[in-house]
Design a protein around this ligand. Structure first.
Ligand SMILES: NC(=O)c1ccc[n+]([C@@H]2O[C@H](COP(=O)([O-])OP(=O)(O)OC[C@H]3O[C@@H](n4cnc5c(N)ncnc54)[C@H](O)[C@@H]3O)[C@@H](O)[C@H]2O)c1
Length: 323
């Protein structure tokens, strides 16, 4: 069987998880990795027996590639995707799609124009506990959604800068907004407030958003980065006579708690959702599966919602979420 030849751009934390998964697949060969931090790229390349480059744009010109994984920080999006589209190279891209919504909209336009197969790293959607939660919440049943991302400030130096990450709501809490859309449907408007950082140019230390869903459900999503530990990352959904709660302790520890008047049940999974999303994308590219769960256009809706929450928090006025 011929193997799918892939490249990985960016060799930091999340690329390590993708490389670990991809290098375990018999039908995939990682042919090249790229990162401007040469030592990091060299370690990653040696681990999987790939070529090492220090320029993502150069990797995207390699003729032998069948697909590419873009695992770069938010500020680096746009040119890499444009280069992939220009040569019709399918790509997997990590969330968030970009620092802002305009860059992502332009990429979405290019992807649609080329009819390109894409996938985005909203990994929660690949968990069985999330599918189980969705099955417990038929459309229209949801009344209230309460989401949180209460955590420490991530270590990468770009993260704390607004022009590096886009802020916690756009960079991290986007996973919670994605779950909210999946379980309660589209959001039509958002009001929000934030507590700005004491240092100019740094991302807010806390934010709170109030959401109105097209179904009439309402919700809130709160974020903070001032703790020394991950305290609460997840979503609580209330339907008539039922609470369905999803939480993430780490990438390998997700939980579903269902509470009714009859009692409660808890399901925990240590399944690897990063490997699952990679497997799905490879299967689609090899013709063994029909569709990607989160193609670029679907991820754009979540990104637009997170960006709307961020805009509302900074501007103070309610923002309508464009469909
Ligand atoms: N799905 C998830 O749960 C999850 C978890 C962690 C990170 N992420 C996302 O993955 C992205 C990267 O996060 P990370 O934690 O791996 O960050 P990181 O800082 O550990 O790694 C990013 C790497 O990209 C490199 N880079 C920057 N610009 C580049 C360019 N133009 N070309 C090639 N490489 C470039 C950096 O040098 C760095 O090594 C972020 O958008 C983050 O939100 C997703």
């Amino acid at each position: 069987m011929s193997r799918l030849r892939v490249g990985v751009v960016g060799t930091g934390f999340i690329a390590g998880r993708h490389l670990a998964a991809l290098s375990r697949f018999d039908d995939v060969e990682v042919v090249a990795v790229a990162d401007p931090v040469r030592e990091r790229a060299e370690v990653a390349a040696a681990r999987v027996g790939a070529r090492c480059l220090d320029d993502g744009a150069a990797l995207l010109q390699l003729e032998e590639l069948d697909a590419v994984w873009l695992c770069v920080p938010p500020f680096a999006h746009g040119p890499l995707e444009a280069a992939a589209v220009a040569r019709r190279l399918p790509f997997f891209v990590e969330k968030p799609l970009a620092l802002d919504v305009d860059t992502a909209r332009e990429v979405a336009r290019q992807v649609a124009g080329a009819g390109l197969t894409t996938a985005v790293g909203y990994h929660w959607r690949h968990l069985d506990v999330v599918q189980r939660a969705a099955a417990l919440l038929p459309a229209g049943d949801v009344r209230l959604v309460t989401g949180t991302w209460l955590d420490a400030t991530p270590r990468p130096p770009w993260w704390v800068r607004r022009d590096g990450s886009g802020g916690q709501v756009v960079e991290q809490t986007t996973h919670v907004f994605d779950l909210a859309r999946l379980l309660a449907g589209e959001v039509v408007s958002v009001c929000a407030a934030e507590r700005p950082a004491p240092v100019e140019g740094e991302v807010a230390t806390a934010a709170a958003a109030v959401l109105t869903f097209a179904s009439g459900a309402v919700g809130s999503v709160c974020s903070t980065r001032v703790l020394g530990w991950r305290h609460a990352v997840g979503l609580q959904v209330v339907a008539d006579g039922r609470v369905v709660e999803l939480s993430e302790r780490s990438l390998d520890d997700h939980r579903l708690r269902v509470v009714t008047a009859d009692g409660e049940e808890v399901h925990r999974t240590d399944a690897d959702p990063i490997a699952a999303e990679d497997r799905e994308f490879v299967d689609v590219l090899c013709g063994r599966a029909e569709r990607v769960r989160v193609p670029y256009a679907e991820a754009l809706r979540t990104h637009a919602l997170a960006c709307a929450a961020d805009t509302a928090a900074r501007g103070g006025a309610p923002v309508r979420v464009e469909s």
